[in-house]
Ligand binder design. Structure first.
Ligand code: PLP
Length: 407
């Protein structure tokens, strides 16, 4: 018999979203009339923008012609797309040959975990997007599961008390640090001073940062950094993973990229980019050429205008929710809303409540699905995440119901 992968055998409790879906399903079965609205998932809802959709349709059509057909593309992604990402999104802070095109940030995180292997010592923000830890567990890099998470993982609480920026001194030298900003789930967006502290800490302590910037397009405050490479020294310590998913509604299309700077090196002096090239060419055969045609269209002038408006739509949803969640019924109950206007997520604290209990109450009394903060890590207990990914009409109706909630 084949032995089971010990990493998978070691993985703790089920994934958060299946449990949310189960509770929703069970509630619906008991209350068939209920019109449930979800403010729970991190999935985009609005259609692709016209210019971008047209570019992909045209490209797909051309694949059906002798002149337009192409098979496998360039190993590391379409050169014009790598160039446009470096110019348009990074304003030349990095060069095109440091950009690697992928089928999405989550898939790239999993491949990065094979790059670092089972000996990597890791640190994550708590709460955090689940793949950082769960993917590491599968690699065998997280150690045994204990009462307070995995023994090989340093959890960095990000709470209202510390302004959602962790105490870096808890991190041991030589650690791989996962850092997400704007953050999923807290919505917190690190300031330039905070990211400078992170980069300086990593460089001083021989750490490497995997910086997840999947929500950078939601940053509207001009003072906030949109990429870690705005911070001097970041090219010596940081990989950035990024995606068209939230930038352009490509959650289903599938397109992302990672930046691995030429200057980034392992302890033995090997350029990380050299090993990353090996991983990408060995385990991945390139992003869809249709998706890459769409990515190119996102980054021309018309595409940039359209995708900005698309993101603005979700930001307006978030603003509407913020207004409701800071209303009298919530305010009187001591509910605290953490939202700065630079993320699709509102992180909301319900003092005296367990996350799953307030989740159930809101499902029961408002027929609105949210996401329990505790599912993202112990520091998320008592919080709910409200997502702005939804149709405007649904968001408004959910808010109308929430405004009547008695707490
Ligand atoms: C949605 C999301 C991503 C994007 O993943 P894709 O695989 O590119 O769709 C990455 N990181 C975080 C934190 C996310 O919420």
């Amino acid at each position: 018999m084949i032995e089971r992968n010990k990493g998978l055998a070691n993985i703790a409790a089920g994934y958060l979203f299946p449990e949310v879906a189960k509770r929703r399903r069970e509630y619906q079965a008991k209350h068939p009339q209920a019109k449930i609205i979800s403010l729970g998932v991190g999935n985009t809802t609005e259609p692709l923008t016209p210019h971008v959709a047209r570019a992909m349709a045209d490209y797909a059509k051309s694949l059906g012609t002798k002149a337009g057909y192409s098979g496998y593309g360039e190993d590391l992604g379409l050169t014009p797309l790598r160039e446009r990402i470096a110019q348009v999104l990074y304003h030349g802070l990095i060069s095109a040959d440091e950009v690697f095109i992928s089928d999405g940030a989550k898939c790239d995180i999993a491949r990065l975990q094979t790059l670092f292997g089972s000996k990597a010592r890791i640190a994550v923000q708590d709460p955090a997007y689940p793949v950082y830890v769960d993917g590491s567990v599968i690699q065998g890099a997280a150690g045994k599961s204990g009462a307070r998470g995995y023994k090989g993982v340093t959890y960095l609480p990000c709470t209202a008390e510390n302004g959602f920026f962790p105490d870096l001194d808890r991190i041991k030298p030589g650690t791989l640090i996962y850092f997400c900003s704007p953050n999923n789930p807290t919505g917190a967006t690190a300031t330039r001073a905070q990211l400078k502290r992170l980069v300086d800490f990593a460089n001083r302590n021989g750490c490497m940062i995997i910086f997840d910037a999947a929500y950078f397009a939601f940053i509207r405050d001009e003072k906030l950094p949109r990429t870690i490479y705005e911070i001097p020294g970041a090219k010596k310590c940081a990989i950035e993973v990024n995606s068209f998913s939230k930038l352009a509604g490509f959650t289903g299309v599938r397109l992302g990229w990672s930046v691995v700077p030429a200057a980034l090196r392992f302890a033995d002096g090997t350029p990380v980019r050299q090993d990353w090239t090996r991983i990408v060419t060995t385990l991945f055969n390139g992003a869809s050429n249709i998706a890459q045609a769409g990515g190119l269209a996102c980054l021309d002038e018309e595409g940039q205008r359209e995708t900005r408006a698309l993101v603005d739509y979700y930001l307006e949803n978030a603003r509407i929710m913020q207004e409701t969640l800071t209303g009298k019924n919530f305010n009187d109950a001591g509910v605290q809303v953490f939202y700065t206007g630079d993320s699709p997520y509102l992180w909301v604290k319900f003092p005296g409540w367990k996350s799953w209990d307030i989740f159930d109450k809101i499902l029961d009394e408002c027929n609105v699905v949210t996401t329990p903060g505790s599912g993202f890590g112990p520091a998320g207990e008592s919080y709910l995440r409200f997502s702005s990914f939804g149709h405007r009409g649904d968001v408004k109706e959910a808010c109308r119901r929430l405004s009547k909630l008695v707490l």
